[in-house]
Design a protein around this ligand. Structure first.
Ligand code: SAM
Length: 397
């Protein structure tokens, strides 16, 4: 046994002891002298175990339970706070894919949930700031905007689902699945398929167009920018408005999508301009700003992480025509888990606020009865409710 093995086994023993003491305070050696309901002495015992070097990041082998999970199981916000202050991993998942936040939520323990969520928001903001700064420094010489590494919530993914380069060189398939749903699919490693866009999202797109366009003072001739064509659902909805947009710019980089757009007549539609490339290619380029700004801006790309979305946010004030202009984005990051989704939603609101935009959220029920919605695709949205953002420039009081 070498030193590393010694350290590993010591961490395991200490970690196990910590988790056990949190879950079973009355039966633990350190709390023998105390009554079961004496939280204070139980907390002192746990602090002592931590002070003696128990690893706060520990997760047990069998179930992946961390000290923070244990605190959530015992509905102990005070302890959760101590663990988070000492570096507990807010987004660790157990063997069932549950975070401590999910457990707190399932017990209706709002206090513990909020502590964990806020720790997640702080961690993501900090990480994003660091990655954003590093990114700005690394791109300041060529003036371009590239992708950065995935954030805490997203491990680096080099497949077509997580890397733009891999995605843009992958073949896409436009098809109709066994239940009549239109889908655009891509292979994302080891034979697994992912929907680039799926017909079930039409309800989200409909509500987005409604919130972006309804009652807009320029409804008789909107200038619309949409980033990412996919199945063209949202673009078709924009074209189906009582008065179709005066200007409708679509940015799309994938050759198969562009080919599909050619075959379905999008290049001939009046008022439609297709900018072939990534949105990053057009930042600061004249063709994006000829209309004097847009009344409506929407973005829904694929294979990009939150850092890329944050970089897009930075462009939005320059793209919006003025105080009546509205911006929305596909709010799908972290949507396999309620806690992650909540964190992303808050982080995006804070980032939008930083650049002078106010967001209004509305809920879209996505528990429709589309039979076998996922078909062959990996599931990327597992929540019953979609949080739909619409942002406008903050009014100066
Ligand atoms: C989810 S689909 C968009 C679906 C669309 N909202 C609809 O209603 O059908 C994503 C699209 O974004 C495109 N895309 C991916 N990366 C992009 C980028 N950096 N800039 C612009 N479009 C991008 C993809 O090729 C794909 O067509």
């Amino acid at each position: 046994m070498d030193d590393d093995d010694d350290e590993d086994s010591a961490a395991t023993v200490f970690g196990e002891h910590l988790v056990y003491t949190i879950l079973y305070p009355s039966s633990s050696e350190t709390t023998d002298d105390n009554t079961t309901d004496d939280r204070k002495s139980s907390l002192d015992a746990i602090k002592e175990i931590l002070d003696n070097g128990a690893p706060v990041w520990y997760q047990n082998q069998e179930e992946g339970t961390s000290p923070l999970h244990a605190a959530a199981y015992t509905k102990n916000p005070e302890l959760a706070k101590i663990l988070l202050e000492r570096g507990a991993v807010w987004n660790a998942v157990d063997r069932w894919g549950h975070t401590a936040g999910d457990i707190a939520l399932s017990f209706n323990d709002g206090e513990t949930y909020t502590l964990i969520r806020d720790a997640g928001i702080r961690a993501e903001l900090l990480l994003n700031l660091l990655s954003f700064k590093a990114h700005k420094e690394s791109t300041s010489t060529n003036g371009g905007v590239n992708e950065t590494n995935g954030l805490l919530l997203q491990e680096a993914d080099t497949t077509a689902a997580g890397s733009t380069d891999a995605y843009l060189s992958s073949k896409l398939t436009y098809t109709v699945d066994d239940h009549g749903q239109k889908v655009c699919m891509v292979e994302a490693g080891e034979g697994e398929e992912v929907g680039v866009m799926m017909g079930w999202e039409e309800g989200i797109m409909k509500e987005s167009v409604k919130r972006l366009c309804e009652g807009h003072p320029n409804a008789q001739g909107l200038r619309v920018l949409n980033v990412g064509f996919g199945l063209g659902i949202i673009d078709t909805l924009f074209q189906s408005l009582a008065t179709p947009p005066k200007t409708h710019v679509i940015i799309e980089p994938h050759p198969d999508v562009l080919q599909h757009m050619k075959e379905t007549g999008w290049y001939e539609k009046p008022g439609v301009t297709i900018l072939q490339g990534k949105w990053q290619d057009f930042v600061g380029k004249e063709e994006l700003y000829v209309s004097g700004g847009f009344d409506v801006v929407y973005t829904d790309t694929f294979s990009e992480d939150y850092a890329a979305l944050h970089q897009f946010f930075e462009q939005v004030p320059d793209l919006l025509a003025g105080p009546d202009a509205r911006f929305s984005f596909f709010n799908g990051l972290g949507a396999t888990n309620a806690l992650f989704y909540d964190v992303y939603t808050h982080v995006s609101e804070l980032h939008l606020s930083d650049i002078g935009l106010d967001v209004e959220w509305s809920d879209v029920d996505v528990t429709d009865d589309v039979e076998d919605r996922w078909g062959k695709s990996r599931e990327y949205f597992r929540l019953p409710t979609y949080r739909l953002p619409v942002a406008i420039i903050k009014s100066i009081q």
